[in-house]
Design a protein around this ligand. Structure first.
Ligand code: HEC
Length: 197
């Protein structure tokens, strides 16, 4: 939430709706950091997305679970010379989290002259290479979670595909795995149909 713990805790504590919700969930209306952490963790445990069409295709041996267009899209997604998406949105041999759990600079928020309004991971590490780097999010169920990127700057998945096809916004520490991709409109559409599964 881009603010110190004390600040958002006192904000939540002043909100009448949260008072009621904390009372119901924890038996008292006290807003503590531990309770906020517990509430977020409980929420996250409800976001399950196993056994998708992709999972059945990739891991369940059901080669008809994806449409032919989605299969072509997946091939672009995983091909290092085309989408190269799995360089960061990992598909493992037995499961797929669609994240490598690492921070990367893909140029979101770099602005026209490569200056970041939010320096991202750099704020924690102070390493120049981390300037403008953000953690790779999973892209499971991504069709349901617009808008996209840490700043919500991309409104649709089509915008995301356009962003990557353009090679991200250039800036001094752009990740080496991000490069512009020469995709025809048709291929973009197929690729998008995989993302939008
Ligand atoms: C170098 C690592 C890297 C590569 C390669 C990469 N991504 Fe990402 N992706 C990220 C990071 C980091 C973010 C989050 C950026 C942010 O929040 O500003 C992200 C965000 C996204 C999002 C938005 C998720 C959300 O919930 O906001 C989508 C969709 C996405 N990537 C799809 C793709 C596709 C499709 C490709 C292949 C063209 C790809 N990514 C290649 C690292 C990568």
């Amino acid at each position: 939430m881009n603010q110190p713990h004390e600040v958002f805790l006192s904000r939540l504590a002043k909100d009448p709706q949260y008072k009621v919700a904390f009372q119901q969930a924890f038996g008292s209306s006290d807003v503590t950091l531990r309770r906020v952490e517990n509430a977020l963790a409980s929420f996250e445990r409800t976001i399950l997305s196993g056994n998708s069409a992709f999972d059945r295709y990739q891991f369940g041996g059901d080669k008809s679970a994806l449409t032919p267009a989605q299969i072509r899209g997946l091939a672009i997604f995983t091909d290092a010379k085309k989408g190269n998406c799995t360089a960061c949105h990992t598909i493992d041999t037995k499961y797929a989290l669609f994240t490598d759990g690492k921070a990367h600079n893909i140029g979101v928020g770099a602005g026209d002259v490569g200056v970041f309004s939010d320096v991202g991971r750099f704020r924690q590490t102070g390493n120049e290479v981390d300037r403008g780097a953000f953690f790779t999010p999973t892209i499971r169920n991504v069709a349901n979670t617009a808008p996209y990127m840490h700043d919500g700057s991309l409104k649709t998945l089509a915008d995301v595909v356009d962003f990557y096809a353009g090679g991200g916004n250039s800036n001094a520490s752009l990740d080496k795995e991000i490069r512009s991709i020469n995709l025809s409109i048709k291929i973009e559409a197929i690729w998008w149909s995989f993302l939008n599964r």
